[in-house]
Design a protein around this ligand. Structure first.
Ligand SMILES: Cc1cc2nc3c(=O)[nH]c(=O)nc-3n(C[C@H](O)[C@H](O)[C@H](O)COP(=O)(O)OP(=O)(O)OC[C@H]3O[C@@H](n4cnc5c(N)ncnc54)[C@H](O)[C@@H]3O)c2cc1C
Length: 425
């Protein structure tokens, strides 16, 4: 498709309107981005809505409505590899953060604990600064515009996220955990790994002593002069410190094999919504179930738009699974998700509930609770990790650059071709 009267290709995202939470829309958005992938390295830094120089794929990748390897394969399919390397590296950043947190789950627990303490401790002028910042009335025009954009669209460009986090921490002097929580509440792609660890990176807690300071000059340049916060930002601040936290990576727990002889059901969570592009595809199930869990949304105080996105995405995955696996689907009660999942397993006389891996975060915690509940009935909960994750996550022991090399050495990145629906994940 070309714009009338021009030889220029369409902008990425053309033909795909607002985010619509389905795999088909994710694939359509990917297809419309592919022709622009080679220009991405040159053009992605421009931070001007509607952000048509970047892919806007994150809400889909986040829920695995489309897979990292599908995004990489799609651009490799039509461009020489060296011309789309920047895009491939960005997608690998997502895998890197997931793997990094998976090897150090205590960093997520520490974040939740610190967030609680920071919330309880907020008082006086800090409390007013916080209320103003999240309402978009801090008085710093760029920060306020980004707060509104985040709340209204569920999206911020990567640079705006970096600048926002940096100004929040070093100019407003607000706790980073509360900024991360504000992002997680509103981002359609809100993710425990990418979000928490990016905030820690900006603060100087990820690479100790190396923080990210927003510079007014950069903001002027990359927003095409839309904002000019000269003299408003603390550009000299020192990195944050925190009490010692053990960041030694632990090995990944072994992925359990599915017992193909047991009566099994497939459980879908918004952590991975493409079962038809996974090893589960070939198994026989008695039924497939899934549904939003209010308890997860409440614990992260998620905005309605974020919950709605997940809700519709789950419904999309259920209908695809029902069709591909030729089994009935069940929508679990959001108000009592745990009991509903247990009841579903019992009603089908299952001996095994199989789900695609739920990485570190609230869904993992819910699955651990479900595991304990099902065990009382002699039903096993089996979390299946994708080959992509099993081969790449263990490489997230140090920084991104060694990880990137590790990833490219792993055969998973080579030999990627266009994905057929039945290819394992
Ligand atoms: C403070 C802060 C918080 C962030 N929180 C999140 C979050 O909650 N969820 C999230 O998915 N990303 C997060 N990011 C990373 C990044 O900003 C977004 O992934 C990216 O802006 C999404 O837009 P896009 O799809 O147009 O990206 P593109 O530039 O088109 O990149 C393609 C894909 O690569 C991945 N990607 C790109 N940059 C990064 C990155 N720096 N880290 C991890 N993955 C990346 C995303 O999956 C993205 O969809 C955060 C970054 C910062 C600085």
């Amino acid at each position: 498709m070309r714009r009338p009267g021009t030889q220029e290709p369409d902008l990425p995202g053309d033909g795909v309107q607002a985010e619509t939470p389905s795999r088909a829309d994710g694939l359509a958005r990917l297809a419309s981005f592919v022709p622009h992938a080679a220009a991405y390295a040159r053009e992605r830094s421009r931070v001007v809505p509607p952000h048509d120089r970047v892919s806007r794929l994150s809400p889909y990748l986040r829920r695995r409505l489309i897979l990292e390897r599908e995004a990489i394969a799609a651009v490799w399919d039509v461009h020489p590899r060296d011309t789309v390397d920047k895009f491939v590296s960005e997608v690998l950043w997502r895998t890197y953060w997931k793997g990094w947190l998976e090897l150090r789950p205590r960093v997520w627990d520490a974040y939740l604990e610190q967030r609680r303490r920071d919330r309880d401790g907020l008082a006086g002028t800090a409390s007013t600064r916080y209320a103003d910042a999240i309402a978009g009335r801090s008085g710093i025009a760029c920060l306020d515009a980004w707060a509104h954009e985040l709340i209204e669209t569920g999206y911020l460009h990567n640079h705006a996220r970096m600048w926002f986090a940096s100004i929040w921490i070093f100019t407003l002097r607000l706790p980073w955990t509360l900024g991360a929580a504000f992002f997680l509440r509103h981002l359609l792609d809100g993710d425990p790994a990418s979000n928490t660890l990016s905030w820690r990176w900006v603060a100087g807690l990820h690479t100790r002593g190396k923080h990210y300071l927003a510079r007014a000059e950069n903001i002027v340049r990359y927003t095409d002069g839309r904002f000019d916060p000269k003299g408003e930002l603390d550009e000299q601040a020192l990195p944050l410190n925190e009490p010692p936290l053990d960041l030694t990576p632990s090995p990944l727990p072994a992925s359990i094999e599915v017992d193909t002889d047991l009566p099994s059901g497939l459980l879908l969570t918004p952590e991975d919504l493409s079962p038809e592009v996974s090893r589960l595809w070939k198994l026989r199930f008695r039924g497939v179930a899934g549904g939003w869990d209010e308890a997860v949304g409440d614990s992260l105080n998620l905005a309605t738009a974020v919950v709605d996105f997940s809700r519709v995405a789950i419904a999309d995955a259920l209908s695809r699974a029902e069709m591909h696996l030729a089994v009935p689907s069940y929508v679990l009660d959001e108000g009592d998700w745990l009991a509903a999942a247990e009841e579903w397993a019992l009603s089908l006389a299952l001996r095994q509930v199989v789900t695609l891996e739920t990485p570190v975060g609230r869904w993992r915690e819910r699955l651990e609770q479900l595991d304990a509940q099902l065990a009382r009935h002699g039903i096993a909960l089996v979390r299946v990790r994708r080959i992509w994750d099993s081969s790449l996550w263990p490489g997230a022991t140090r920084g991104f650059f060694p990880f990137n090399e590790h990833a490219r050495r792993q055969g998973r990145l080579d030999g990627l071709t266009r994905i057929a629906p039945s290819q394992p994940g």
